[in-house]
Design a protein around this ligand. Structure first.
Ligand code: SF4
Length: 432
C-alpha cells in the first residue's frame, strides 16, 4: 500500500510553500473500488496474460460487471472461488488452486503469463499466493510464468492493482545487455493507440531505444539497466517506481501526459534528458499541440468557470484538476485523492492554482457534506457515489471512465475534455 506522504500539520492542514496549495489529510469511511478493478484494463494490454483472482463470489461479480463480459467471449480473467470449506480450512487451498490452474492451462494453451491475484478472502485466511506462484511457475516452466499480486480491498484502492501488477513484473525484466547505455522506459498501461503515438513522437525526437512497461506480450518485457531512465505515464505507480529504482533505473520528473500542456511537459522531460534541443522539440510537438488546441477550443467554452469537486478515487485527480483548471478554465472547489505521493506529483502540484484545496484520504460523510454545501457544477467521483449525487441534482463524472478511455497525449486531449463536458451537456438537455 502507498504510504501517506508525511505532512506538517497546522490545524489539520498545511500549505505547501512550493506549490501554493493547501493539503489536508482526512481519515474515515472510504468509498472506493478495490485493486481488482485494474484487471479490466490490464487484461487487454498484456495479450497473452491471464488473471486468476483467488477470491469470493463478490470478487467474481465485481470483475464481471466492471468488464461487461459477454458470455460468448473467452475472457482472459476468471475467479477461483473460495467457498466455506476453503475459508474454514477444511480443504487444502493449495491443492485446489493447483488443480484449477492445471485445468486452466490445459484449456488455454495460449496463456504465457498467469497472475494469481489476491483478494480480501485470500488475505484474511493468509493464503500465500507468492509461494503458490513460485511452485506453479516451476511446474509449468518454461511455457508459462506464474506471478502474484494483491488486489484486495483491504490493501489496495482502485488503481493500486495496476501498481501491484507492474511491480510484480519488475523482477522479471531482463538485465539490459547494454547496461549503462541510456534508454527510455515509459511506465504505466496505456492504450495501444496512445503508446503508438508516443513511440512516433520519441522517434521523431531521435530518442532511442524507447520501451514500454507493460509490454504487449509476456515474453517481451523490456530490459532494465543502470542507464534506464523512466517516465511515469500514470500517477499511481509508487511500488513499481520503487522496484525500478532498486534495479538502477532513474525517474525523469515530469507532470503527467494529460491535456496538451501536461503532454508537452512530459515529453520535454524525456527530450531534455536525452539532449534534444528546444528548437527541434518544438518543431516535433507543434502539430500535436495545434491539433489539441483545435480539439479543446469548443469544450473550453462549456467548462470555463464551472466549479468542480473531486472525490478521492483514481489517484488521477491532481493531474486532471490541473488540466481542468489551466487548460479549460474550470474552478477547483476541492481535489480529493486517496494517496498523495509528493515526489511523483511535485511537478503537478506546482502547476495548480494558488490556494487549491487538496484532501488526501477520505472521510466520506464529511466530504459529502462539503460537496452538498458547495453545490458544484460537476462532481468527479466513484460509481457508488454518482447515482445518489445525481439524484440530489448534481452532475457527476465517473472517475473509472478515465481509466477505461484513452486520454493521454495530444490526440486524446479533446476526448478528455469531452468526458467532463458530457455530463454538463446531458444535464442541460434534461433541464430543457
Ligand atoms: S477483493 Fe475484497 S473488496 Fe474487492 S471484490 Fe473481492 S471482497 Fe470485495
Amino acid at each position: 500500500m502507498n504510504a501517506h506522504a508525511p505532512l506538517t500539520r497546522l490545524d489539520g492542514a498545511c500549505a505547501d510553500p512550493a506549490a501554493g496549495v493547501t493539503i489536508r489529510q482526512e481519515r474515515g469511511q472510504r468509498a472506493v473500488f478495490c485493486g481488482l478493478t485494474g484487471i479490466v484494463w490490464l487484461h487487454r494490454k498484456i495479450q497473452d496474460a491471464f488473471f486468476l483472482v483467488v477470491g469470493s463470489r463478490t470478487c467474481a461479480h465485481l470483475i464481471q460487471s466492471a468488464a461487461g463480459v459477454m458470455i460468448f467471449a473467452e475472457p482472459r480473467f476468471a475467479t477461483a472461488i473460495m467457498d466455506e470449506r476453503d475459508l474454514a480450512g477444511i480443504a487444502d487451498m493449495n491443492d485446489e488452486l493447483d488443480a484449477v490452474v492445471a485445468r486452466l492451462i490445459d484449456r488455454r494453451p495460449d496463456i504465457r503469463l498467469l497472475f494469481l491475484v489476491g483478494s480480501c478472502p485470500s488475505e484474511v485466511i493468509k493464503l500465500d499466493l507468492g509461494r503458490a506462484a513460485q511452485r506453479l511457475s516451476r511446474s509449468f516452466a518454461p511455457s508459462v510464468r506464474v506471478l502474484s499480486y494483491s488486489g484486495s480491498g483491504i490493501e489496495t484502492t482502485f488503481t493500486q492493482g495496476e501498481d501491484a501488477c507492474l511491480a510484480s513484473l519488475v523482477p522479471e525484466m531482463p538485465v539490459s545487455a547494454a547496461d549503462a547505455e541510456p534508454s527510455l522506459l515509459v511506465v504505466g498501461a496505456l492504450a495501444d493507440v496512445v503508446e503508438d503515438q508516443f513511440a512516433r513522437i520519441f522517434a521523431a525526437l531521435g530518442i532511442a531505444p524507447v520501451r514500454f512497461l507493460p509490454a504487449r506480450k509476456a515474453g517481451e518485457m523490456p530490459p532494465l539497466g543502470q542507464g534506464t531512465r523512466y517516465l511515469l505515464a500514470q500517477p499511481f505507480l509508487t511500488d513499481t517506481a520503487r522496484a525500478l529504482e532498486e534495479r538502477g533505473a532513474t525517474r525523469l520528473a515530469a507532470p503527467f501526459p494529460l491535456g496538451s500542456e501536461g503532454t508537452t511537459a512530459w515529453l520535454w522531460a524525456a527530450a531534455e534528458s536525452f539532449g534534444v534541443s528546444r528548437a527541434r522539440f518544438e518543431s516535433v510537438v507543434a502539430p500535436g499541440q495545434a491539433r489539441a488546441a483545435t480539439a479543446l477550443a469548443p469544450y473550453r467554452q462549456r467548462l470555463a468557470d464551472k466549479r468542480v469537486f473531486f472525490f478521492p478515487d483514481s489517484q488521477l485527480e491532481i493531474p486532471l484538476a490541473r488540466f481542468l483548471s489551466r487548460e479549460m478554465g474550470a474552478e477547483l472547489i476541492e481535489v480529493g485523492t486517496p494517496y498523495l505521493h509528493r515526489g511523483h506529483l511535485a511537478d503537478e502540484l506546482a502547476l495548480l492554482p494558488a490556494g487549491t484545496q487538496i484532501v488526501e484520504g477520505q472521510s466520506l460523510d464529511d466530504q459529502m457534506d462539503r460537496c452538498r454545501e458547495a453545490k458544484p457544477d460537476l462532481t468527479v467521483c466513484g460509481l457508488g457515489l454518482a447515482n445518489p449525487l445525481e439524484a440530489e441534482g448534481l452532475a457527476t463524472k465517473w472517475s473509472i471512465e478515465l481509466l477505461f478511455t484513452p486520454i493521454q497525449g495530444y490526440d486524446q486531449a479533446g476526448d478528455l475534455a469531452e468526458l467532463f463536458a458530457r455530463p454538463l451537456l446531458r444535464r442541460t438537455r434534461l433541464e430543457v
